[in-house]
Design a protein around this ligand. Structure first.
Ligand code: OAD
Length: 261
């Protein structure tokens, strides 16, 4: 028999023509990607001010590239888990679903290309319904000019001289991720808040909800009248506002909710 909270979550999602899904590091935890704040979280082992600020990069670009190179290699070995796959399938089947992720890994993208997912008929183009608020580990941008490109090659961070350089102007490249103190990408952020403002339900998966403005997507949705469903095995900053709280791992709970929605 289904848990009553699971049934309620399904009902709320099935009744909503427009849904915004907000994901964080927890959705990728079962794939083997570390989260930031929990036990074993990245910010428990590393200081963000040494690795994830523009000042840190200006001070020691080699160290920052070494850390991002390590994260890129780690994510490259991971596979999308049942939560990524269920969300990707659901987005193909339901035209009104927009995904907003804070994750810089590429597991949502890889799930969308999975043969088990692409066999789901596409109800509407995915373009514009897939929004990344904190950038991508697998894109780099120039520290001087406007060059931005996908960048998957291994980075040699053994010395400052071997770091990747811009093919257009020769300046240092940096990871195209949002660091502390930096603006979020304006287009994706505008689209995310617009989708939240139109949503009738908001499914929040695997994010503590502590980092703004991204965390504000769920608040914006609720202010617009959306029901908020939170999937997380731990406590989050959304717990008090959630209409339904499903305590459990994304890989188990998300497919169980979305099946048949
Ligand atoms: P956090 O590490 O703050 O939160 C991860 C959440 O995932 C926690 O609530 C965990 O309980 C939950 N979690 C752990 N395992 C899970 C599982 N198997 N299934 C579902 N949930 C699980 O990560 P975020 O909220 O994503 O920003 O962090 C937000 C931002 O803070 C990141 O994007 C990053 C970081 O600093 C930047 O780098 C700009």
């Amino acid at each position: 028999m289904l848990r009553p909270d699971l049934t309620r979550a399904r009902e709320l999602l099935a009744a909503a023509a427009r849904v915004v899904v907000l994901t964080g590091a927890g959705v990728s935890a079962e794939s083997g990607v570390p989260t930031f704040r929990g036990a074993g979280g990245l910010w428990k082992q590393f200081r963000p001010e040494d690795l994830a600020t523009p000042e840190a990069f200006a001070r020691d670009p080699r160290l920052v590239w070494e850390w991002y190179g390590w994260r890129r290699a780690l994510v490259a070995q991971c596979r999308p888990n049942p939560a990524h796959l269920a969300i990707a399938r659901w987005m193909r089947a339901q035209a009104g679903v927009t995904l907003v992720t804070q994750n810089v890994d590429d597991l949502h993208e890889r799930a969308a290309e999975d043969p088990a997912v692409v066999s789901t008929p596409l109800a509407a183009p995915l373009e514009g319904r897939f929004l990344k608020l904190h950038g991508s580990l697998f894109r780099s941008k120039c520290t001087r000019c406007t060059h931005v490109a996908e960048h998957r090659e291994r980075v040699d961070a053994s010395s400052a001289d071997t770091l990747p350089r811009c093919p257009s102007c020769g300046a240092l490249l940096r990871p195209d991720v949002v660091w502390f103190g930096e603006m979020l990408p304006p287009g994706a952020t505008r689209a995310a808040f617009a989708a939240a403002g139109r949503a009738q339900a908001c499914l929040v998966v695997g994010t503590k909800g502590a980092v703004y403005p991204a965390a504000g997507v769920a608040h914006e949705a609720q202010a617009a009248g959306a029901a908020v469903i939170v999937v997380d095995p731990g406590e989050t900053d959304y717990d008090a506002m959630a209409d339904v709280r499903l305590v459990g791992a994304a890989g188990e709970v998300v497919p169980a909710i979305l099946e048949g929605c």
